[in-house]
Design a protein around this ligand. Structure first.
Ligand SMILES: C[S@@+](CC[C@H](N)C(=O)[O-])C[C@H]1O[C@@H](n2cnc3c(N)ncnc32)[C@H](O)[C@@H]1O
Length: 256
């Protein structure tokens, strides 16, 4: 614990604290027949987060939380491993594994240093997990190490645009004005929140992914349906119908 980076220690305490209030969303996710994504429940048809050819492949979820995403991969025939920094989130995941009769390894640890050999996965995924709460300059090289040549990395996080437009006050939704600089975006701390988030500009994501041997296949800007609902106060439907508040990066590790 003491040798963990400071942001990982802080985020561990935060997520151990928040785990109880995330259990219900985990239960819903595990019970869903069809996947949906992000804070508005955008369809898999729009997001295409799960590769079609996953059966028999090795997959890892980086920051799996309650592991409902992992459960969707496992049900599509993947051999899944979930890793999460919070033992309390994993306790919910383990309870839901038992309830649904689905068993796959759940590791308690930091997605920036995963205890698995090089090139042991074909697919890595994160939905608001490591891609938001871990340092991209640590977890992206780690994902590159873990993936086999040709392996895919898909991650969904807040859009850069929304982060620029989000006020510091707790519970106040994104505005139509830019409130912070884009240049220098990396570690972000909100005054009312003890956690540490990480956000990059699009140029920085592109350079980081390419520097670690990835080709970028897509950047999907998610648009919620007209009647979509969210339990999160940080963005309104009116805003999210006009501008992307969530984005999915899709990258592939180059062959050879
Ligand atoms: C919003 S949840 C995302 C997981 C899942 N999609 C869900 O909503 O339950 C964020 C998760 O990221 C995990 N996390 C934060 N930092 C991490 C790190 N460095 N390594 C692994 N997991 C991390 C947290 O413990 C938390 O369970």
């Amino acid at each position: 614990m003491t040798d963990l980076p400071e942001h990982v220690r802080r985020n561990r305490a935060l997520w151990d604290d928040w785990a109880v209030k995330y259990a219900e969303a985990g239960e819903r996710g595990w019970a869903q027949a069809a996947p949906d994504w992000g804070i508005w429940g955008v369809s898999e048809e729009q997001a295409r987060m799960i590769p079609a050819d996953l059966a028999g492949k090795d997959a890892i979820e980086l920051g799996c939380g309650t592991a409902y995403v992992s459960s969707w991969l496992a049900r599509r025939g993947a051999r899944v491993v979930g890793i999460d920094n919070s033992e309390k989130q994993l306790a919910t995941a383990r309870r839901l594994q038992q309830l649904h009769g689905l068993d796959f390894p759940l590791l308690h640890g930091n997605a920036e240093a995963v205890p698995r050999p090089d090139e042991s996965f074909d697919f890595a995924i994160s939905e608001y997990g490591a891609c938001l709460w871990a340092d991209p300059y640590r977890w992206v090289p780690e994902a590159a190490r873990l993936l086999r040549p040709g392996g895919r990395l898909h991650f969904l996080t807040n859009s850069m645009l929304m982060i620029l437009c989000t006020p510091e006050e707790d519970g106040v939704a994104a505005t139509d004005r830019m409130l912070r600089p884009a240049f220098g975006l990396h570690r972000v701390e909100w005054p009312t929140d003890p956690g540490v988030e990480f956000h990059l500009t699009h140029g920085a994501w592109i350079r980081l992914l390419r520097a670690n041997g990835f080709e970028i296949e897509d950047l999907v800007e998610l648009r919620p349906e007209e009647n979509a609902k969210t339990r999160y106060p940080f963005v309104t439907l009116e805003w999210a119908r006009q501008w992307p508040c969530e984005e999915i990066w899709k990258a592939r590790k180059k062959q050879g």
